[in-house]
Design a binder for this molecule. Structure first.
Ligand SMILES: [Zn+2]
Length: 180
């Protein structure tokens, strides 16, 4: 962690490696973007949370990218690595274990449905989605709420304006995903 903390700034990326990641399955495609909101109110505290690893932390988590309200970007895990952001889940095609095949992007937001997602933050998200599409065969964008199992386990990113990602032309899955 940089000390004292400084926001990287709009569309600037600072890499602050999280210990919470592992290898992806060999030969598995990376084809899904999972959008989250942090609930944690700041980029600094989210970054700090992603630094807390095993064995002291019984529930270690991370994402590939965390985006601040001002469009600052912290990369926590290489996109080629398996970050720990989605937990148990299944997509529309029935693929389980989403951390294996997805890129996890956290938006700093209270997730109360009222806290707005500023334009600068959405622009940074759009930039990362565009970059990931050039690198990987991305076939869908999903909310954490949609992919999480059992249904209702997660509800983020609450209040996100999904129409701002429409022009990528990718299927976007949101809301609760009832299966079985
Ligand atoms: Zn989430």
């Amino acid at each position: 962690m940089p000390s004292p903390w400084r926001e990287p700034g709009y569309l600037r990326v600072v890499w602050i490696q999280s210990p919470n990641y592992g290898p992806r399955p060999v030969n598995g495609a990376i084809d899904t973007i999972v959008v989250h909101s942090t609930v944690i109110p700041t980029l600094e505290t989210t970054t700090k949370a992603f630094q807390r690893g095993e064995p002291a932390n019984p529930n270690p988590v991370s994402a590939h990218f965390t985006i601040g309200r001002d469009g600052s970007i912290v990369q926590n895990v290489s996109s080629f690595g398996r970050a720990w952001h989605a937990g148990a889940g299944v997509d529309a095609a029935g693929h389980t274990n989403p951390n294996n095949y997805s890129i996890g992007i956290e938006l700093v937001n209270l997730n109360d449905g009222k806290d707005p997602y500023p334009d600068a933050q959405i622009e940074a998200l759009r930039g990362i989605v565009a970059t990931m599409r050039r690198r990987f065969p991305i076939r869908q964008i999903v909310s954490h709420e949609y992919i999480a199992q059992p249904p209702g386990r997660k509800n983020d990113p609450k209040g996100f304006p999904w129409d701002r990602l429409k022009d990528f032309g990718l299927p976007i899955y949101t809301g609760e995903h009832k299966v079985g």
